[in-house]
Design a protein around this ligand. Structure first.
Ligand code: PLP
Length: 398
């Protein structure tokens, strides 16, 4: 067996299952889950139609590199969204959702023979970054999100010797669970550090199209263009249709950036055997070429967050995030597990303890005392959950 496998940590939902094992939810209420961040809005008809119209693709092996038409559609979207011009032949690769690509990327990029090979992950984080680093034979370094910087990481607090051994940095912007968008000044700093120390940046941007301010979230490719990093040196961006187009089951996304790195990633993927199905490629072309369904989807989230955020802000320390579909709240008393357990027992609402989404590092767990609430259900259900949470907190503190 691979001796690195036991270093993998239990996934947050396994821990939640254990926490809830001894809890009997109050049967007077129907269950509502704000636990899992799985999109639940309807899949657009144009995607379903494109899938149904491409069944002829099933009789052929698809190429790992993807069809030219898909890569052109992805490049077109990047150009419209980020004003960044990419060569669809060398700077774009389709992937089966961002998760597998984020994992496989570390296996491609990390040289575990180097002393103390290090991968920097945000903390709290999407746990795939950590597992990818561990199985690649690297050690994760947990960079704390800083509440005083809108939950962005302060790159300046990471010591020089850590940067010196760092091979890969995962950025998550908009962030899961915080919803924070990394600002231009932080990108400038990170590009400077990458130039000085030679590490690769993997920028996970799968929530980029769900946002609550006027301006869309800044992306890594856009930031690179702004600083004149024309060849996107050492930068690869990961994006996905799962949230943008409500197709988490389709498994479709793409990576874009440094052609030198993508060439190696393609080599890895060819052996791994993870070509995207031709049917999914055809449906993805339809999705990337259409923006109307994305605007409508965003409007639904905006309406939902506008209804729920003020209700919960009355009893919990939280605010409207920049983007993504989570509320990241401090809980009264600071016991996130106890909060989640008692809320389920009394009101049959599931939330995720923040400490499950982070690691204890540098003396504390930056998720502790917080909960993550995924507002993925329809508005009425989220409002009902918010009503119950308000009653729960008021009951607990009265
Ligand atoms: C931060 C983050 N990155 C990546 C993913 C993976 O999404 P997908 O594989 O559907 O593109 C998720 C899924 O929830 C996520 O929260």
């Amino acid at each position: 067996m691979n001796p690195l496998l036991p270093s993998l940590q239990p996934y947050p939902f396994e821990r939640l299952k254990q926490l809830f094992a001894s809890v009997t939810p109050n049967a007077a209420y129907r269950p509502i889950s704000l636990g899992i961040g799985e999109p639940r809005h309807a899949t657009p008809q144009l995607v379903l139609d494109a899938l149904a119209g491409a069944t002829n693709e099933l009789s052929m092996y698809p190429p790992t590199v993807g069809s030219p038409v898909l890569r052109r559609a992805c490049a077109g979207w990047v150009e419209r969204r980020y004003r960044a011009s990419l060569d669809p032949v060398t700077q774009i690769l389709p992937v089966n959702g961002s998760r597998e690509a984020l994992f496989a990327f570390a296996q491609t990029v990390v040289d575990a023979r180097a002393a103390k090979a290090t991968v920097i992950c945000p903390n709290p984080f999407y746990q795939i970054y950590e597992g990818a680093a561990l199985l690649a034979g690297a050690q994760p370094y947990y960079a704390p999100s800083d509440p005083s910087r809108n939950y962005n990481i302060n790159w300046d607090v990471i010591p020089g010797p850590v940067w010196a051994t760092t091979q890969l940095v995962y950025v998550c912007s908009p962030g899961n669970p915080t919803g924070a968008v990394m600002p231009m000044t932080d990108w400038e700093k990170l590009f400077e550090l990458s130039t000085r120390y030679g590490f690769v940046i993997a920028s996970d941007e799968c929530y980029s199209e769900i946002y609550f301010r006027d301006d869309p979230p800044l992306g890594g490719l856009e930031a690179a263009v702004k600083v004149g990093l024309a060849d996107f040196r050492n930068l690869v961006v990961f994006t996905s249709l799962s949230k943008r187009s409500n197709v988490p089951g389709m498994r479709s996304g793409f990576v874009a950036g440094d052609a030198r790195i993508l060439k190696q990633f393609l080599l890895y993927r060819t052996y791994h055997g993870c070509a995207m199905s031709g049917m999914v490629q055809a449906a993805s072309v339809a999705a990337w070429n259409d923006e109307a369904h994305v605007v409508a989807n965003r409007d639904l989230y905006r309406e939902k967050f506008a209804a729920v955020t003020p209700m919960l802000a009355e009893v919990l320390d939280l605010r409207l995030p920049d983007a993504a579909f989570y509320l990241w709240a401090s809980v009264p008393g600071g016991d996130d597990e106890g909060f989640a357990r008692d809320l389920l027992a009394q009101y049959n609402v599931t939330v995720l303890p923040g400490s499950y989404l982070a690691r204890r590092a540098h003396g504390h767990n930056p998720g502790a005392g917080r909960i993550r609430m995924a507002l993925v259900a329809e508005t009425a259900e989220c409002v009902e959950a918010a009503r119950r949470i308000v009653a729960f907190v008021k009951g607990a503190t009265s």
